[in-house]
Structure formats: C-alpha cells, structure tokens
Write a protein that binds this ligand. Structure first.
Ligand code: SAM
Length: 247
C-alpha cells in the first residue's frame, strides 16, 4: 500500500513535525487522527511514521508524527540544471518536471536574451519555484527536495568553480551529441558516478558571446538532434537521457 508522503519542516531522531499548508491539509482535509500512518521525509531520509498529535488551527495547524522505521529511498541524481530565465509558466513547468526526473539542484541564470521584465522579476519569483519543487518532490515520492538557488547573471554561473562535467545544450551544435558526451563522461568516471551540470538556453537561444564564455570555462556544447526544441522540452529530454545513464 502506497502511503502519502510528506516533507517535514522540523524533526529529531524520534519525531517529525509538519506545519503550515501540509499540516492544515492533513488536519482539515484528511481529518488526520493519532495512529494514522504516513511516509515522512526528514533530513533527506524517508520514514514510515504514525500521527501522534494533531493541532488544527488554520495556517497555524501542526501535525506531529512518531518515526517508526526508515525506508530505503533513492537519492537525487548528481545533476545540476543551470536554466536561463525565460517565460515563467514554461520555466515553472520545466522546474516541476526536472524535480520529478531527480535533479539535485536548479540554478536560474539571467541570460542576455532573458526578457528585461523577467530578469527584474526573477528574484521575487524564487519562493514560488521552491514551492513548485517541494510539491513536485512530494508527488514524485522523492526523499529530498532539489535546491533552487537565487538567480544570478549568466557569466557568474558559467565561471563558478566546479569539478563537475559541464554540458551546455546548444541548438547549433552538429558534432557532439549529449549521448556521446555522456559515454565519455562515464568512461572517464570509471567506477564512480559522474557529477553533471547542464545548461539550457532561453527561447531566443544563447548569444554568441555567451557560447564563447561557456567554451572558455570548460562547458562542452552538446546537441539533442537536428530539431529546435522549446527550452522546457530540451530540459526534460536531456534530463531523461542523463537519468537513463545514471540510474
Ligand atoms: N532561438 C533558438 C533558435 O531559434 O535557434 C532556439 C532556442 S531553443 C528554443 C532554447 C534552448 O533549448 C536552446 O538555447 C538550447 O539550450 C536548447 N535546445 C533546443 N533545441 C536543441 C537541440 N536540438 N540541441 C541542443 N539544445 C537544444
């Protein structure tokens, strides 16, 4: 039987506590009572748990659970998605899907072809992106929630120091496919699992100076084939291919 999964806001070695929207939903909608069973994510681990106490007080609701036993859970994939900020509703769809596909982190970047108003509004939008990742992590029964960093200018992200294998999805690339680059990354990593970073461009694509900056900072341009994909399609296709190599 699949128990609903919740993500604890507070926990210790024996109990976990839900507050806010999760607690209110459990208390008011599911009419949670002591003894009710559930799965709860606490500190990146998943536990079979049992409701111990329910305090129903609207937004101040609280549900305390006793942790019964740890459940084996699949960790996030060692993949960071560096995504250029673009139309929010499309981008948020990509964030939801990337979470389902197991990314460990999402780094929004302000690219040259990110629309001005979106670039200005991005910082205020991050909490919404984090809520979307939280809900998607629950729905996809992850044992953690991907980290969503604050948006930064593209050069800052591209130049950031990293040991990861860095791939930039480039619609003009004709030689190196994502699969070829992953074959080589796995061969280089041998017994270890390669840590990957993948960059996705905005609707308008990368500007030439950005492509040069990626190249100068060790990001390898890779193709997803001859067709021009929407940014969210490219993100999901790339993550699904990468997951198929790592899982
Ligand atoms: N404006 C560009 C054009 O018309 O050539 C298309 C940009 S595309 C909508 C958005 C982003 O998705 C690209 O910057 C790239 O990162 C990724 N992308 C789309 N199709 C791709 C492909 N076939 N191979 C690699 N990346 C692709």
């Amino acid at each position: 039987m699949t128990r609903r999964r919740w993500i604890a806001e507070h926990w210790d070695e024996a109990t976990a506590t839900l507050v806010g929207a999760q607690a209110e939903h459990m208390a008011r909608v599911l009419r949670a009572q002591p003894g009710m069973e559930a799965d709860v994510v606490a500190g990146g681990h998943v536990f079979h748990a049992e409701v111990a106490a329910v305090t129903q007080a609207g937004a101040k609701s609280e549900v305390r659970l006793n942790l019964l036993a740890e459940i084996k859970a699949d960790p996030a994939l060692p993949i960071t998605l560096a995504i250029a900020v673009y139309k929010f509703d499309h981008m948020e769809w990509a964030i939801e899907k990337a979470t389902e596909l197991g990314v460990a982190a999402i780094d929004p970047m302000i690219a040259r072809r990110t629309e001005k108003r979106l670039a200005q509004a991005a910082a205020a939008r991050v909490e919404r992106w984090r809520r979307i990742a939280h809900e998607s992590a629950k729905q996809s029964r992850r044992s953690d929630v991907p980290v969503i960093h604050d948006p930064v200018p593209l050069p800052t992200r591209v130049k950031a120091a990293s040991e990861a294998t860095r791939l930039v999805l480039a619609e003009q690339e004709r030689t190196t496919t994502l699969r070829l680059a992953l074959d080589e990354a796995l061969a280089t990593a041998q017994a270890k699992i390669p840590v990957l970073e993948v960059a996705i461009g905005p609707e308008g694509g990368w500007a030439p100076e950005e492509e040069a900056l990626f190249d100068a900072n060790g990001w390898r341009a890779v193709s997803l084939g001859p067709r021009i994909l929407r940014a969210e399609t490219a993100a999901i296709a790339a993550l699904a291919i990468m997951a198929s190599y790592l899982e």
